[in-house]
Write a protein that binds this ligand. Structure first.
Ligand SMILES: [Zn+2]
Length: 206
């Protein structure tokens, strides 16, 4: 069984959205083995830092919260699309020949997976691509950038997907994963009432 860990490592110097300093996690040892005989630490981090799942509440005031997302949508077959040739945005035209079936979970692999620093011109999913995927009733869409859209004023891509309760995963690391279908485990922390949560996401080659 081959397991691909497609999650970002959480650390204090990690890549964060638009390099905003406060989005960087803080890990602190409150107890240390030397002083207290054991280690115990605390982490403070933005919910949208690293690999994470957006709940509909993120963009819709009365939207679903993260702990209520059905696990059947998160432990499921997914389809990784190799879109590493795209230079700006993923559009409907880029998706139409990919033979996407209804009710699939789609992961968009782009050249973002190769960026070591935050790239302000990261590849994103545009309105036409989001509309196409929502018409196919996909379960969810994951991408290898810290945002599924870049600076779209009305957050159109988020809204198009979230109004149909399509799950969004951001911050995937897909460099090692060839195009194809995998079994995905994407498990967000069960934080009551939250608009998203960090997640460990793994893909299993069947
Ligand atoms: Zn997010």
């Amino acid at each position: 069984m081959k397991i691909y860990d497609v999650s970002m490592e959480i650390n204090e110097d990690m890549k964060v959205y638009k390099n905003i300093e406060e989005k960087k996690p803080k890990l602190k040892f409150l107890k240390t083995f030397k002083k207290d005989g054991y280690n115990e630490s605390r982490i403070a981090m933005d919910i949208h830092t690293g690999t994470h799942i957006d709940a509909p509440l993120h963009m819709m005031d009365k939207g679903q919260t993260i702990e209520n997302i059905d696990l059947n949508k998160l432990i499921t077959t997914c389809y990784v699309l190799d879109l590493t040739h795209i230079k700006d945005a993923i559009t409907k035209d880029d998706l139409i020949d990919k033979n996407i079936k209804e009710n699939e979970f789609i992961l968009l692999k782009t050249k973002n997976s190769y960026d070591k620093e935050f790239n302000f011109n990261f590849i994103y999913l545009d309105k036409s691509g989001a509309t196409y995927l929502s018409l196919l009733n996909v379960i969810g869409v994951g991408i290898d950038s810290l945002g599924i859209e870049r600076s779209q004023k009305e957050h159109e891509t988020h809204h198009i997907l979230m109004k149909d309760n399509i799950i969004i995963i951001e911050g995937l690391q897909l460099k090692e994963v060839p195009e194809g279908r995998y079994l995905m485990y994407a498990l967000p922390l069960k934080i009551k009432g939250a608009d998203g949560a960090p997640a460990r996401v793994v893909l299993i080659e069947e």
